[in-house]
Design a protein around this ligand. Structure first.
Ligand code: GAP
Length: 460
């Protein structure tokens, strides 16, 4: 546990380097909503691209979907969210704050932070009441009860209600999956821990429709596949675990669920859930919509309702886990070669996740070096996310790139002008190589494509 970084350090780095800001900050922020800045957008996009790659590019049994956030309100009756997507909450009559009744012991009384709510001298808590987590809004210009719609609390239901459309047009048959990435909204009573639990977040969900008797084996398959995805992208295996839910923890729709958990600074917490949802969703939507949501097996001449295995991940939570796992502070040699004595903060991110792949730095802003650096940037940027940086000392620029996790820094120096070679500095090993400008694109692309394991795991 010694290498665990604090959440405060992660938040500070995210703000300092423009990854993630508190939303509406100039108005004092808005409870647990966040905005992603330039590097945050590039980074989270890479996480999502890797998920798409695993779901679509590396297999041929999953298709993509992008369904609307607003759906027919009957969707949420059928799914059980209208009646059952609730958390128990209590209000304090003294301070006016609202708390999750089942989390009181982990929370602080706002007036006496050393005590949980309810234990302070003036606390006066109400009885626990169920609070529905769905955000309501009104569709159309008239605000009457018939116009109430909900911001979706999960992307999954958009997939179930499109099952028939997709089956018809995708030429797939079970086992096959439908994958979707998109925003979901939950009016969480106690959001917090940065982007770990927010009220607006992105999910990466895939519903895998299978013949009922194959459900147990596909459940095992997806648990393993999803664990491997995180490990392949660099999360240290000893900071990752799979936890099967106890029977009393299972959601109403699930016969088996396992959480992929990561050792966040707040302790072991859910990163992704993999559930065997049985035929619950298709059966419910068939009943509420009157549409048959079945598959007709041409071989056996039988109709059946496929069962569903669902790996449901959070894009923001995964991004946070990759950040936490990559964060490192270490002492290194100075650029002039003096041993030790220089501190750096570095994100040892998998190169595929790094927001910027290569930074091109002229050593000095004269002698034609910036022009050559610009020429290199122009040649590289069609192939990889490239950044030009001429501001500040070379040491300061290396630190900046280290903090955003850039795997390679290319330095243009005096020698470049003589022999058209540049120095390539590698982020993790700090090794330096001299490479001809003409070969640079191919050399970097080959290095970026190499298998990568976190250097925090030590020599392999
Ligand atoms: N369709 C199933 C479903 O939505 P979930 O466990 O409630 O399951 C799946 O959500 C994932 O979505 C979680 O594992 C987490 O990564 C992410 N998630 C859920 N609520 C979140 C929140 N309030 N803030 C950020 N991410 C959240």
């Amino acid at each position: 546990m010694a290498d665990l970084v604090s959440m405060d350090k992660i938040v500070a780095l995210c703000k300092r380097r423009g990854f993630i800001f508190a939303s509406s900050e100039i108005y004092g922020g808005l409870g647990s909503t966040y905005d992603y800045g330039h590097y945050g957008v590039l980074f989270k996009q890479n996480v999502k691209n890797e998920w798409w790659r695993a779901m679509l590019q590396e297999r041929d049994d999953i298709v993509a979907l992008d369904s609307a956030i607003l759906q027919h309100p009957r969707t949420w009756e059928a799914s059980g969210h209208l009646a059952g997507f609730t958390d128990p909450m209590v209000d304090c009559r003294t301070c006016g704050q609202r708390f999750r009744a089942d989390h009181l012991h982990d929370l602080q009384c706002p007036r006496k932070p050393s005590k949980p709510p309810g234990d302070g001298p003036d606390c006066s808590l109400t009885e626990a009441r169920d609070f529905n987590l769905m955000f309501e809004t009104t569709m159309g210009p008239v605000k009457d009860s018939g116009a109430t719609v909900y911001l979706r609390p999960e992307t999954a239901q958009g997939i179930f209600v499109n099952f028939k459309n997709v089956l018809q047009f995708s030429r797939k048959k079970p086992p096959f999956g439908i994958a979707q990435i998109g925003k979901s909204f939950r009016n969480e009573i106690t959001p917090g821990n940065f982007v770990f639990r927010t009220r607006e977040f992105e999910q990466m969900e895939m519903e895998f429709f299978v013949p009922p008797d194959e459900a147990p084996q596909w459940y095992e398959h997806w648990k393993q596949a999803r664990m491997e995805w995180y490990v392949e992208l660099g999360l240290r295996p000893d900071h990752l675990r799979l936890r099967e839910h106890d029977p009393d923890e299972l959601s109403h729709y699930s016969s088996a669920t396992a959480d992929v958990e990561y050792l966040f600074p707040i302790g072991w917490s859910e990163l992704e859930g993999i559930a065997n949802r049985g035929d619950f969703d298709l059966t419910q939507h068939a009943e509420y919509s009157g549409e048959k949501l079945e598959y007709f097996d041409q071989q056996t001449k039988e109709h059946y309702v496929p069962h569903v295995i669902e790996p449901a991940a959070g894009a923001d939570r995964a991004t946070l886990a990759f950040l936490v796992d990559a964060y490192d502070e270490e002492e290194i040699d100075t650029p002039s070669g003096a041993q030790g004595g220089e501190q750096r903060t570095v994100l040892k991110l998998h190169p595929r996740l790094a927001p910027v792949k290569v930074a091109v730095l002229p050593l000095v802003r004269k002698e034609g070096q910036p022009e050559v650096a610009r020429e290199i940037v122009a040649a590289l940027r069609g192939r990889m996310q490239t950044e030009y940086d001429a501001g500040g000392s070379i040491g300061k620029r290396y630190r900046r790139q280290d903090e955003i996790g850039t795997p390679f820094c290319v330095t243009v120096d005096h020698q470049t002008l003589e022999d058209r070679t540049v120095t390539v500095r590698e982020r993790d090993s700090l090794g330096q190589d001299r490479v001809a400008i003409g070969e640079l694109g191919d050399v970097l692309a080959a290095w970026l494509a190499q298998p990568w394991v976190s250097p925090k795991l030590g020599p392999t």
